[in-house]
Ligand binder design. Structure first.
Ligand SMILES: Cc1cc2nc3c(=O)[nH]c(=O)nc-3n(C[C@H](O)[C@H](O)[C@H](O)COP(=O)(O)OP(=O)(O)OC[C@H]3O[C@@H](n4cnc5c(N)ncnc54)[C@H](O)[C@@H]3O)c2cc1C
Length: 429
């Protein structure tokens, strides 16, 4: 059953909410894309821009999943750090992968301005803060990123961090000029409109329920219609079901949570005095930003439980007040969750399953830039324009471990939380 958007800040501030029709007739296209999140949208748009006829098939609404519910941070990088990437690939390929992630940020920025997408409200600046004294370490990191990638980050001493975020728990910070934050749902709908304008089919309420491959063609079966395509690209994210067994076994759906406060008025400035989005460096740490003038959109926590905890708002609120005790009386207007798709290696899974069958999944908690570049490298591979997709080959469809994998992921997260707490108590040691 197709579902409407869940209640989020983004849904409440949609610029346009005109549904796209269900696909109810047989069609033939060059590329059919399964899933209308940002991975599917970027893939379909990059293909359409190369003159390919596309059909984007979404079970519910465009960006109904993680892409329309997330924190809205757009920054370079992946869900895992360069050190981990270098364990699987050589240093040159690791750097090339990082540069692709930077290109992803630029793609999003370019789309917003070239397509003049309304209600996206891109706001520059990401402030990364740490909860222990790590001054020299983060200066070294800043210098390395500037030298290797030309990424400009400004070091902030504790007093400077305190001037922007009046939290007793923060020490130093890095201010990233190139990152920004935005309204991901309005952005996604802008991409969908452009795909339609370029002659692509955008279908909502259209689940792909089976795929058959005959004589070099692939057929995506949707209720009451068939989509014949030269290429099919799987982009189901954390909502990928049993449609393709090789994908289903290769990812873990991980839930993460966001809350929206009431309007805070002058109280806001007693806690946050920057327009930049803020994130701490804990594993699955806190990330938050100001929206709607004086509300805080606060994200954090992960769990392998797919159903929302009953006390979701209370859990997140405790986290926020632990960071800013001055917000102790603040009320929560709304809280929601979304599913991310994580591979064991924590990198996106972008590649080819068989001739004409592709996948772009596993973006984890770092999907705004990585889904953009995924769409581009898949479109380039399909149209024979280049093989940058090969850089993702070493991060394949390893088995994610099923139920045991879920339990292991939860245990790893708890272990990370304990390590973070230890590091903060012992000031970085
Ligand atoms: C709460 C939250 C906060 C986050 N914050 C950030 C952030 O600040 N910055 C950042 O970079 N990343 C963030 N992320 C991660 C980011 O949102 C995801 O990595 C990214 O949106 C994944 O995009 P996707 O297209 O792969 O998946 P999704 O957006 O989940 O889209 C998948 C779509 O596929 C559809 N689908 C699945 N199966 C079928 C089928 N058989 N037929 C048709 N349709 C199908 C689903 O209905 C869904 O709409 C966050 C994620 C969450 C949940």
């Amino acid at each position: 059953m197709a579902a409407d958007y869940i209640d989020t800040y983004y849904r409440r501030s949609l610029v346009a909410n005109q549904p796209y029709p269900v696909l109810a007739r047989d069609v033939a296209v060059d590329v059919a894309v399964v899933g209308g999140g940002l991975a599917g949208l970027s893939t379909a748009l990059e293909c359409a821009r190369r003159g390919l006829k596309v059909a984007l098939l979404e079970r519910h609404r465009i960006a109904w999943g993680a892409s329309g519910r997330n924190g809205g941070f757009v920054t370079a990088g992946y869900a895992t750090g360069l050190e981990t990437i270098r364990r699987r690939v050589n240093a040159a390929d690791a750097d090339a992968l990082y540069r692709l992630s930077m290109e992803g940020v630029e793609m999003v920025r370019d789309n917003i301005s070239a397509l003049d997408i309304k209600g996206v409200d891109p706001t520059p600046g990401i402030l990364r803060v740490i909860r222990y004294d790590g001054g020299d370490g983060i200066k070294a990191y800043r210098d390395e990123m500037a030298r290797r990638f030309g990424e400009e980050m400004r070091y902030l001493a504790r007093e400077e961090v305190q001037a922007l975020t009046a939290s007793p728990v923060y020490h130093q910070g890095l201010y990233e000029e190139s990152g920004f934050h935005f309204h991901p749902l309005n952005y996604a709908l802008g991409l969908a409109a452009e795909i339609a304008r370029l002659g692509g089919i955008v279908a909502e309420g259209t689940p792909v329920i089976g795929i058959e491959s005959i004589g070099g063609k692939h057929i995506a079966q949707v209720p009451g219609a068939r989509v014949t395509a030269r290429h099919i690209v799987h982009c189901g994210g954390g909502y990928t079901d049993g449609l393709e067994r090789r994908l289903r076994r290769a990812y873990l759906p991980i839930a993460t949570y966001v809350l929206l406060t009431e309007k805070l008025g002058p109280l806001l400035k007693e806690a946050i005095r920057t327009e930049a989005a803020i994130a701490d460096d804990r594993r699955a740490g806190d990330y938050y930003r100001v929206v709607d003038g004086d509300r805080i959109l606060w994200g954090g926590r992960i769990t392998t439980r797919v159903a929302d905890p009953a006390d979701l708002a209370t859990l997140l609120r405790r986290q926020m007040v632990g960071t800013y005790p001055q917000l102790g009386e603040v009320k929560v207007d709304l809280a929601w969750s979304g599913l991310m798709s994580y591979a064991r290696h924590l990198m996106p899974q972008i590649g080819r399953l068989d001739a004409g069958l592709w996948h772009a999944t596993g973006f984890g908690g770092h999907g705004m830039n990585t889904t953009a570049i995924a769409g581009r490298v898949v479109a380039q591979a399909i149209s024979g324009e280049g093989d940058r997709i090969r850089l993702y080959e070493p991060f394949g469809l390893d088995w994610a471990g099923g139920h045991i994998g879920r339990a292991a992921a939860q245990l790893t997260y708890w272990a990370y939380q304990a390590m973070d707490a230890w590091r903060e108590r012992h000031n970085g040691r």
